[in-house]
Write a protein that binds this ligand. Structure first.
Ligand code: SAM
Length: 362
């Protein structure tokens, strides 16, 4: 079985590693490839079907898609791959005709029963003369025509039994069945408080991976709604987990989220100012934080001073490594270097339409 897995741009290598570890843990044989067709934010996984015997000794198929949906920390969607191709034209009429013909030649009937209702959800990225609505309409009508040959197809756009996912990314067309459903996996069920600048849980987990934790204490000095700390606690991390947040509203929100996640007892939340963090913690092994970017007009000028003060405080307490995310490349690099830290790793990660810089420092 082949799957197209989606995640944030810039963390495909970490997601690939996670999928490899999960398949190995489940005793599955598979091959995982990052950026199939060179497409960012996508992973292709070819995993052999596997079977097990249930308590009644009945042979059952191991549900790979459910297993990935339930266990992955870094993926956004698990799509059962049906077919993919490169499009020859970017001209509206020609490209849509190509997509239509390609879907018509695909054995859709092997993936869906005519009695099941379906919908097509589409995604488009790159320069095209057509919209994602055009893709959904084109693919939907090709599937409808194909299924009409064997029965009466049922379309249900609001509550379909089967969700087809059609993606055009640059010149690549993917068609699959979205086993994740309409809500992406990065939208965690524990998020009851919605911080205006919250981090995607998948990226929080990528930062945790980049920190290469060893069981030592972890601090998020500007923890907002607690995403990084909550995700860490949910991984059954055994070390101390500490969060500082200046604004009471966000700190209360973080506690509500942690309570919803069932990990409130695992996290020490402190209402305080990160520019004075050495007053609250004497020493920490790791710091992981999604820093404020100062995107609001009027706040941007405060960022250099804030970063400088926070990294100065970190230089007093941080023992091992720090992982930070920001849009402010020059400002953070100055704060890192002037406070005696070294940049060990840098990468760009796609977050909410922005490219943000991730740093590992020690
Ligand atoms: C980008 S947000 C963090 C979002 C968080 N990762 C989440 O997922 O909710 C940055 C946070 O830093 C907080 N902050 C700004 N200045 C601070 C300071 N001096 N001390 C502590 N927190 C501060 C802001 O209130 C904001 O909640």
């Amino acid at each position: 079985m082949k799957f197209i897995l989606t995640t944030s741009q810039g963390i495909e290598d970490l997601a690939k590693r996670e999928v490899e570890a999960l398949t190995e843990k489940a005793g599955l044989n598979g091959k995982v490839e990052e950026k199939p067709f060179g497409v960012e934010g996508r992973i292709a996984a070819e995993i052999e079907e596997a079977y097990y015997f249930d308590e009644k000794r009945k042979k059952r198929e191991f549900e790979i898609a459910s297993f990935l949906n339930e266990n992955s920390k870094l993926l956004h969607r698990v799509i059962l791959h049906i077919s993919s191709t490169r499009l020859n034209s970017s001209e509206k009429e020609k490209a849509l005709q190509e997509i239509y013909d390609f879907v018509l030649n695909t054995p859709i009937e092997n993936y869906v029963k005519v009695s099941e209702s379906f919908a097509v959800r589409s995604f488009r990225k790159g320069e095209h003369e057509f919209t994602s609505v055009d893709i959904a309409k084109t693919v939907g009508s090709a599937i409808y025509e194909k299924l009409s040959k064997i029965g009466t197809p049922k379309v249900n756009l609001d509550h379909p039994s089967v969700i087809f996912r059609a993606e055009v990314i640059n010149d690549v067309f993917f068609l699959g069945i979205d086993t994740t459903g309409d809500s992406s996996l990065h939208k965690r069920p524990w998020r009851v408080y919605d911080h205006p600048a919250h981090l995607k849980a998948s990226i929080a987990n990528a930062m945790i991976e980049l920190a290469e934790l060893d069981g030592g204490s972890v601090l998020d000095p500007m923890c907002g709604s607690g995403t990084i700390l909550i995700e860490l606690a949910l991984r059954d991390y055994e070390g101390r987990i500490i969060g500082i947040e200046k604004y009471k509203k966000h700190l209360t929100g973080a506690k509500m989220n942690a309570l919803a996640a069932g990990v409130l007892e695992r996290i020490e939340f402190i209402h305080g100012d990160a520019t004075k963090l050495s007053q609250y913690v004497e020493s920490v092994d790791f710091a992981i934080s999604n820093l404020p970017y100062g995107l609001k007009i009027g706040k941007k000028s405060l960022i250099p001073e804030l970063y400088m003060e926070v990294f100065n405080e970190l230089s007093k307490v941080l023992e091992k490594r720090g992982v930070f995310l920001t849009t402010e490349k020059r400002v953070i690099e100055t704060a890192i270097e002037e406070n005696g830290f070294k940049i060990k790793h840098h990468r760009l990660i796609g977050h909410g339409g922005l490219k943000v810089h991730a740093y590992v420092i020690s």
